[in-house]
Design a protein around this ligand. Structure first.
Ligand code: GDP
Ligand code: MG
Length: 220
């Protein structure tokens, strides 16, 4: 267990971006709570949800952030992206305009990450120390790192794991973007790719877990 390995625990921040109404909030609630909402309004209140998975016998936590609807006004701020090490870029396979926007979202990611270089880090929390309220460094992971102000270990040369997600694949009858188009854009941009349905759960868990695994591989 993680206690035997010194209470090592991983916490990764992941952001979900993409045009309004592509299903970002429902992808998150499907993954984190196995819930779906047919009439979901713009997200109110909760900024992120946390979900854990086990990799190599270690608990890996993903803190997944959802916008509060500000993407409608093209007003997602850099604070939203700060500290994230993974991103899901979502479009709706039944609305081509949302696919056309992907390039703009990728540009925004690139812009944000080049401006906060050095602030992009992965986080390792030492469970026992957090429980005691202390923030002493402990010899946990054999990687170069620094201790930040808030007691997390930071690592600055991490790549961001990015996945292109074509959501609403249950709407095959009104499909507006082919699987091939999604795939080739992803290939051209060096992204993972997956079509999902938050409605019927297709590939939702898989999509998040691929990103989380990739981040883990990047840092371990
Ligand atoms: P957001 O604005 O990107 O967060 O999108 P929401 O999650 O709020 O979803 C917008 C609308 O699309 C809602 O009416 C959802 O019920 C619907 N929706 C979300 N995901 C799916 C899906 O996979 N399939 C279908 N058919 N509808 C979906
Ligand atoms: Mg939303």
């Amino acid at each position: 267990s993680s206690d035997e390995e010194g209470g090592e625990e991983y916490l990764f921040k992941i952001v979900i971006i993409g045009d309004s109404a592509v299903g970002k909030s429902n992808l998150l609630t499907r993954y984190a709570r196995n819930e779906f909402n047919l009439h979901s309004k713009a997200t109110i209140g909760v900024e992120f949800q946390t979900q854990s998975m086990e990799i190599d016998g270690k608990e890996v936590k993903a803190q997944i952030w959802d916008t509060a609807g500000q993407e409608r006004f093209r007003a997602v701020t850099s604070a939203y992206y700060r500290g994230s090490v993974g991103a899901l870029i979502v479009y709706d396979i039944s609305r081509r305009t949302t696919f056309d926007s992907v390039g703009r979202w990728l540009d925004e990611l690139k812009k944000v990450y080049s401006s906060v270089k050095g602030l992009v880090f992965w986080l390792v929390v030492v469970r026992s120390e957090v429980a005691m309220g202390a923030c002493q460094p402990s010899p946990v992971v054999n990687l170069k790192r620094e201790l930040t102000m808030d007691g997390y270990f930071a690592h600055s040369d991490t790549t961001v794991a990015r996945m292109l997600v074509g959501n609403k694949c249950d709407l095959e009858n009104i499909r507006d973007v082919s699987v091939e188009e999604g795939k080739s854009l992803a290939e051209a941009e060096g992204l993972f790719f997956m079509e999902t349905s938050a409605l019927d759960s297709t590939n939702v868990k898989k999509a998040f877990e691929i990103v989380i695994r990739e981040i883990y591989n990047n840092v371990s």
